[in-house]
Design a protein around this ligand. Sequence first.
Ligand code: GLC
Length: 472
Amino acid sequence: MEIVHISAECYPVAKVGGLADVVGALPKYLTKLGHLTKVVVPGYDTKFSRENEFVSVHQGLLKLGWFQFSYTVFKEKTNKLGFELYLIAIPELFDRPNVYSYEDDTERFTAFQVAFLNWITETNQIPDIIHCHDHHTGLIPFMMSHAPIYQHLNRVPTLLTIHNGQYQGWFGFDKLHYLPKVSSSRLGFLEWNGMINPLASAIKCAWKVTTVSPSYLDELSEKANGLENLLRFERPKCLGILNGIDSEVWNPDTDEMLENKYSIKNAKVGKAKNKKFLCEQFNLDPSKPLFTFIGRLVDEKGADLLPEICSIALNRNPNEINILILGSGDPYVEHGLTQLTHFYGGNYNTYIGYNENLAHKIYAGADYLLMPSRVEPCGLNQLYALRYGTIPIVRRTGGLKDTVLDIGDGGFGICHDHTSVYDVNHSITRAIDLFNDTKQFDSIRKTIMQIDHSWDKVAQEYVEVYQSLKNN
Ligand code: GLC
């Protein structure tokens, strides 16, 4: 099959969150299964696009209302990521360092989607499947099904994966003229609550909708930032497929970013070496349990509670624990976390920013990973932590609920029900007790490192979905 993934992010080309990791990995595993897999992302000004070789494969023009842009499609020369990578360059809109958060994001991502459809139209490509990710590519199923200029694509099956239903990309009907002409009878397929809503539109128009975990799909019927009724109505065509991880990138035995590589066999010694190195770098005590949080400092992840969680834990257990936080986001939270370094130096530290390399080192050196998320569609960090022998402490929600079972229930993690300071601190207390029970701690570490969340298995599930759409 020929499968085209279209997305705003793809690791290592452009990454903000887990979306990039999925789009950078699933296609590689689909290629391994023998399918021609292409990934299409905007041509941002990122390190990857500057440092790799591309060839121009197509040039064209696109109209966005009264604006006209020229676009160029570049293909990465060697398929070094394990799939065909295409960047659509529209310099006025994408020749910038960041992926999101510009005032003209509506124009940027609408133009990207129109350019994509123009490109495949002008070059007579009819893929077997077009797989869209999140709202940034959510207008594609609508345009393919309802815009007469793309009529030749209306038999190509489309699939939408919802990685995060909170963000929907809505904009006013005053910008309807950005889209190709459609009959007014079709406008209902774009609309939700009086706005053009790309995520809602994709849920309505895509042939199939997947979420990144089964529990998240259930939760969306109750809590989907206004789309609950739509998701309940479209439920028959929805399916929850748990994400995998790229077990080639995330393998402590081969990870070039680590000071000391290790496997299950020498996990205890290997992790201790990584911990020592990390603790030296951040002025922490390697003999104490090391708790960490890695990720975006936003409310969705429960990060707003972190300063209070940390100060309570550090007061209650003076000189008994270490905490190391890596992340960036809400300036208020960043400030709160930085302030704590003045009070708890020696037991607490933080790195404000995004640092993929350091993240690997922390998974390798830490004992526990905190994920007090309010919303977690899948969560990849707990899966990375498991692979690296770091015990996850999670709130039972979405993908966290589907992947971490509490020790008390015969499992291997520490779970709590609420995103609250009390719940997380109770879990930290349980974790300290477990740390002191060396035998059980070591045995759990061995158990978690053996759990298989690789894409090898999951990619096959997607292939089955693609196949069923194709045979439709
Ligand atoms: C989003 C979600 C996260 C998920 C990731 C990849 O970032 O918030 O839970 O793991 O997408 O699907």
